[in-house]
Design a protein around this ligand. Structure first.
Ligand code: ATP
Ligand code: MG
Length: 596
């Protein structure tokens, strides 16, 4: 391909609406063009990158016995209603684009394909003899993200590889999960990106295991916690750890203390000379469930710790066996709208009486009481007295209404000690989620009555797994991981071109001829080569080559009269002066031999 035919419109300036490096560079290099918020056109060089990634994914999926399909993007609402997901995905903060057809039927644009895949399997798979089966597709997904941003990282239309596997038993599902785990590791390694596999939250009813693959980068939206010995890594949403030791509370008689204007843990500690770990902090949440019950929850947690809303939400769904529609902390305004008398925010104790809920319009009139282990483990502590401007000191659980149900609902933090080895600590990194694998269990097959006949002739729902890779996000994550001040440094395997030939002066006959000759030679041996045949100044061409990040550059300049050329390795900014033949040979070694 010749640059003059490439529609190469590069920008020197950083575009105003691009916050992170990879987004800026992809726009500056004309890889992507914004059409509307979260909607991008993939320009020719980007499409080449995406196709190279796709090719690697297809090879690895084939090696893992997955069958390629292409499923519809328009989904009938009935399918989603049967799994109970239509409302959640289309109402409120739901992310499914949806529409009505000319007959007034509701349709959604596929954000994910569990429903469609399971309904097809249901029609095709009747017997255990047909199992296991795994289908996958590479396709555009639609999600009406609340905050589309960072270019292809969080867009509203993006390319995903999604696979769905069906099994006759859980053991077989777990085996497939391991196979996919390894396939994912190979895919990311072959794409030239480094990823960390982390334990991920799989939701309360979503199944038993789930792992995300993260590209570590400061711009990542996820916080991941990694043990310094490399044996543990988890998304903070899911992570567990050992909380720091609490400071002993000097033994005093149980008593009340006056605490005017000491409504926060910080104020209380500084005025009373306490440590946050000596205090039981009480927070009131309101959970609204899918059966329309509205449950106030009284959480007790140690003052130096924070509640992890996802852990809390999972705990509630599992224990109450119903789905949460919303979970939020209670505010004074919400109390007023319920017609409830004032609650002494700032001095609430774990024994706050249910009586305060009396007269609530739609809420249950009894608290669900939960204590995080950090609070439950305290023998003596300080807490609110349920009267404004007053706290109790040296309290035990016996004298504060008894110990509520215990749970792990605290956020793990960097610096915490690890559960697997208390001598090892957690460190924090930010990550970009590029892939997610999931043991779904029987959630979807049960909902859609997708059954097979087992060896005993009995009908049962099959076991399922699902496995996603954000292809377009991965392409941008590769740039986030591989760039420098001058531009992109594409990993060879997914670079839009492997080599760029730059005649320093295209009007010089020798340089032009030699460039054309080399271009022809490289094409003949199957190297993906770009020839910068523009009559631009050398400096302009070098800047563009740096920006678009082709891994190898051959500069044919004045010294070509003596048969010499420059070979530049983009990522290392390393230049070698070689003879024409040596340069060709080196490229063959670096590219063709590696490709195999
Ligand atoms: P996130 O937590 O980032 O919103 P998710 O967990 O909702 O993602 P999955 O349903 O697991 O996403 O989708 C599989 C993969 O698709 C993700 O691992 C990610 O790489 C990619 N992906 C998800 N949402 C987007 C998006 N809005 N834009 C680009 N890629 C996305
Ligand atoms: Mg995910």
């Amino acid at each position: 391909m010749r640059v003059s035919r490439q529609l190469l419109v590069t920008l020197r300036e950083v575009p105003a609406d691009c916050e992170i490096a990879s987004h800026q560079l992809l726009v500056r290099g004309n890889f992507i063009r914004r059409v509307a918020s979260g909607i991008y056109a993939y320009m020719p060089m980007m499409w080449k990158v995406l196709k190279k990634i796709t090719c690697i994914v297809e090879e690895e999926m084939a090696a893992a016995d997955c069958l390629e399909t292409l499923l519809p993007q328009l989904h009938p609402s009935e399918l989603w209603e049967r799994t109970g997901r239509w409302e959640g995905y289309t109402q409120g903060e739901g992310i499914m684009f949806h529409l009505k057809d000319r007959q007034g039927r509701d349709l959604g644009l596929g954000p994910t394909h569990e429903e469609v895949a399971t309904s097809l399997a249901k029609e095709l798979i009747r017997s255990y003899k047909q199992l296991p089966v795994c289908i996958y597709q590479i396709q555009t997904k639609f999600r009406d993200e609340i905050r589309p941003r960072f270019g292809l990282m969080r867009s509203r239309e993006f390319i995903m590889k999604d696979a769905y596997s069906f099994h006759s038993n859980e053991k077989n599902l777990k085996e497939k999960y391991d196979v996919m785990n390894n396939a994912y590791r190979r895919i990311f390694a072959r794409c030239g990106i480094e990823t960390v596999a982390v334990d991920a939250d799989s939701g309360a009813i979503g199944g038993s295991a789930s792992q995300e693959f993260m590209v570590t980068a400061n711009s990542g939206e996820d916080l991941i916690l990694i043990s310094t010995d490399g044996l543990y890594a988890a998304n903070q949403e899911k992570a567990t750890s050992i909380a720091p030791e609490a400071k002993d509370l000097e033994y005093l008689e149980e008593s009340y203390i006056s605490t005017p204007n000491q409504n926060s843990i910080n104020e209380l500690c500084s005025k009373q000379d306490l440590d946050p770990s000596q205090i039981v902090k009480v927070i009131i949440y309101l959970a609204i469930f899918d059966d329309e019950t509205e449950q106030p929850i009284l959480i007790s947690i140690r003052g130096d710790q924070e509640v992890n809303d996802i852990k809390l939400s999972n705990f509630l769904e599992i224990n109450l066996n119903k789905k949460i529609v919303s979970l939020s902390t209670l505010s004074q305004e919400k109390l007023v709208s319920q017609g409830i008398k004032e609650i002494p925010f700032g001095s609430i104790g774990p024994d706050l009486k249910d009586l305060v809920l009396e007269g609530a319009k739609s809420w249950e009139n009894k608290f669900l009481r939960i204590a995080d282990h950090t609070a439950a483990d305290l023998k003596k502590f300080v807490c609110g007295s349920n009267k404004l401007n007053s706290h109790r000191i040296c309290i035990s659980w016996e004298s504060s209404g008894g110990l509520p149900q215990k749970a792990d609902i605290r956020k793990a933090n960097p610096g915490d000690r690890c559960v697997h080895d208390s001598k090892v600590r957690l460190i924090a990194k930010r990550g970009i989620e590029v892939g997610h694998i999931f043991q779904l269990g029987r959630k979807y097959s049960e909902a859609l009555e997708a059954n097979f006949t087992n060896e005993e002739g009995i009908n049962e729902p099959y076991w399922m797994g699902c496995y996603g890779i954000g292809i377009s996000r991965l392409a941008q994550a590769a740039v986030e991981q591989h760039h420098d001040d001058s531009g992109i440094c594409w990993p060879l395997a997914i670079a839009p071109f492997e080599v760029i030939i730059v005649p320093a002066n295209n009007t010089n006959e020798t340089q032009r001829k030699l460039s054309e000759q080399l271009y022809k030679n490289l094409l003949e041996v199957g190297i993906d080569v770009l020839l910068d045949d523009r009559d631009e100044r050398a400096g302009v061409k070098f800047k563009d080559a740096d920006l678009i990040g082709i891994p190898w550059r051959i500069v044919i300049g004045r010294d070509s009269e003596n048969g010499n050329v420059e070979l530049v390795e983009r990522a290392k900014k390393k230049t070698l002066l070689l003879s024409f033949e040596q340069a060709t040979q080196k490229l063959l070694e670096e590219i063709c031999l590696k490709k195999g």
